[in-house]
Design a protein around this ligand. Structure first.
Ligand code: 3PG
Length: 214
């Protein structure tokens, strides 16, 4: 799968909803109810970060939930890409991008949303064919104002910014023409997961799903 084909798929996934939940799952028992709660609230695209020991099993469990489109985040190595694909991930997200990760996603046929934070990184990914990229860490790297500026010389690259984004500031990003969606963990707070308060998570998801986009 070429980078251009991967970006087409990534764009399709990013357009499903204004927010992609970024999920850190510590307990496998949370995976399916969490996915159901988020999908019920209107957020079908779900990024499960490979930062916990049960993340791959969580991807497997969440992939069974009707309406969910489950991807793997925090891809750092070709082995992560292989494992994510084997677990059923339909897309991958990496905080940055390396030639090895990109080659692995081409080989595995896993659509990648590769991370970039500077004009040169964005241009290097564009040269390879990635027209849809993750902007990370969004708030720390310059926020919505930075992405607006990048959109002048490089309008053909569209972004999913993540890192430090909340319901309150998401509209600043979503108002920009070069933003397809934002990513964030605020829709799945740890305390709500520990309490099993899936209704609270559905409510947060519904608020996020109702955010207007440009
Ligand atoms: C991440 O990979 O941690 C994401 O960017 C989520 O960031 P957040 O927790 O600040 O929303």
């Amino acid at each position: 799968m070429t980078p251009a084909e991967q970006s087409l798929k990534a764009a399709e996934i990013c357009r499903l909803a204004p927010v992609v939940p970024v999920l850190v799952i510590d307990d496998l028992a949370h995976a399916a109810p969490l996915a159901r709660a988020l999908v019920a609230g209107g957020l079908p695209a779900l990024e499960v970060t490979l930062r916990t020991s049960c993340a791959l099993d969580a991807i497997r469990a969440m992939s069974e939930v009707p309406g969910g489109v489950v991807g793997a985040g925090t891809l750092l190595t070709p082995a992560d890409v292989k494992a994510a694909k084997a677990a059923g991930a339909t897309f991958g997200v990496s905080p940055g991008a390396t030639d090895r990760i990109i080659a692995a996603c081409e080989d595995e046929g896993l659509p990648l949303l590769p991370g970039a934070a500077t004009a040169s990184e964005i241009m290097a990914l564009l040269e390879k064919g990635f027209t849809v990229q993750k902007f990370f860490p969004a708030e720390q790297a310059g926020g919505a104002a930075y992405l607006k500026s990048i959109g002048s010389p490089i309008p053909q690259v569209k972004f999913c910014p993540t890192g430090g984004i909340s319901l309150k500031i998401a509209p600043d990003y979503l108002a920009l023409k070069n933003i397809l969606c934002v990513g964030g963990s605020w829709v799945a707070p740890k305390d709500a997961m520990l309490r099993g308060d899936w209704a609270a998570i559905t409510k947060l998801a519904a608020e996020a799903a109702a955010l207007p986009r440009a």
